[in-house]
Ligand binder design. Structure first.
Ligand SMILES: Nc1ncnc2c1ncn2[C@@H]1O[C@H](COP(=O)(O)OP(=O)(O)OP(=O)(O)O)[C@@H](O)[C@H]1O
Ligand SMILES: Nc1ccn([C@@H]2O[C@H](COP(=O)(O)O)[C@@H](O)[C@H]2O)c(=O)n1
Length: 228
């Protein structure tokens, strides 16, 4: 673009659990001066609220009726991403095993997705320099006009090994089975399932270091920016 500030760039990064979406998105956003949005944290936050407020997470109509109640706020600084529910910092409690085991059921409810999708679009629309948004349906549903769409993949074995390393001592086979189960639920739900957009660039990270994945995505974003 001539004689003006760079136009904001919108980057969508999707993929199954443990493929490196969060680590890659945060690093890319930091390097390029963009905002960062972790949409999984938003679905975890609404799930945490449902559990804390006694909503039966096996009852889609109870979830749908309560979907509009919690006030979820995401901070988009990639060096300090934050998430609050009704003003309370929930960054730690949304990562518990209980929330992880229930989030796919809650996020499958159409009323939940409509609410969170609206929030995501308004955050992306107000990011002055642009934003990296990571999740499961960003390229397909939330931001179908994103400037760049990336779909990260990795073998279940690689993903389980990465997660077990994080969870210090967790059984790799159990971790692998849990990842596969969550991916299956996320990929087969009716509303906005986990899917690669037709125009997304697929990056298989199985044999790549995190630094290599980050470099690859930074290059792709820079190419898009130069072409704008
Ligand atoms: N290419 C890679 N090589 C080795 N480890 C990696 C790579 N990418 C990410 N990791 C590590 O794997 C773990 C999972 O990464 P990350 O949380 O970024 O994945 P994710 O796709 O966001 O997962 P989820 O969807 O479950 O939140 C982290 O510990 C991260 O440091
Ligand atoms: N765009 C998205 C993002 C996430 N979800 C659901 O949230 C769960 C947790 O995501 P993490 O990235 O924090 O592991 C995920 O398993 C999905 O159920 C979603 O539906 N759409």
């Amino acid at each position: 673009m001539e004689n003006g500030a760079a136009q904001p760039v919108i980057v969508a990064i999707d993929g199954p659990s443990g493929t490196g979406k969060s680590s890659t998105s945060k690093a890319v956003a930091s390097q390029l001066g963009l905002s960062y949005l972790d949409t999984g944290a938003q679905y975890r936050a609404i799930t945490w609220w449902m559990v804390n407020n006694g909503i039966d997470t096996d009852d889609p109509s109870a979830i749908a009726a309560a979907a509009g109640k919690p006030d979820i706020v995401s901070g988009t600084d990639p060096s300090n991403p934050t998430i609050t529910v009704d003003g309370a910092d929930v960054a730690a409690p949304i990562r518990t095993q209980e929330v992880t085991s229930k989030v796919s059921a809650v996020s499958a409810v159409a009323e939940v997705r409509a609410r969170i999708t609206e929030l995501q679009r308004s955050i992306a629309a107000t990011a002055e320099q642009g934003i990296v948004v990571e999740g499961r349906d960003i390229g397909t549903t939330v931001l179908p006009d994103a400037d760049l769409k990336i779909f990260l993949t990795a073998s279940p074995e690689a993903r389980a090994a990465r997660r077990s390393g994080e969870l210090k001592g967790a059984d790799v086979n159990a971790t692998r089975e849990a990842l596969i189960k969550r991916d299956a639920a996320d990929s087969t739900r009716k509303t906005s399932p986990l899917a690669k957009a037709d125009d997304a660039v697929e990056v298989d990270t199985t044999e790549l270091t995190l630094a290599q994945v980050i470099e690859c995505v930074v290059t792709l974003v820079e190419e898009k920016r130069a072409a704008k």
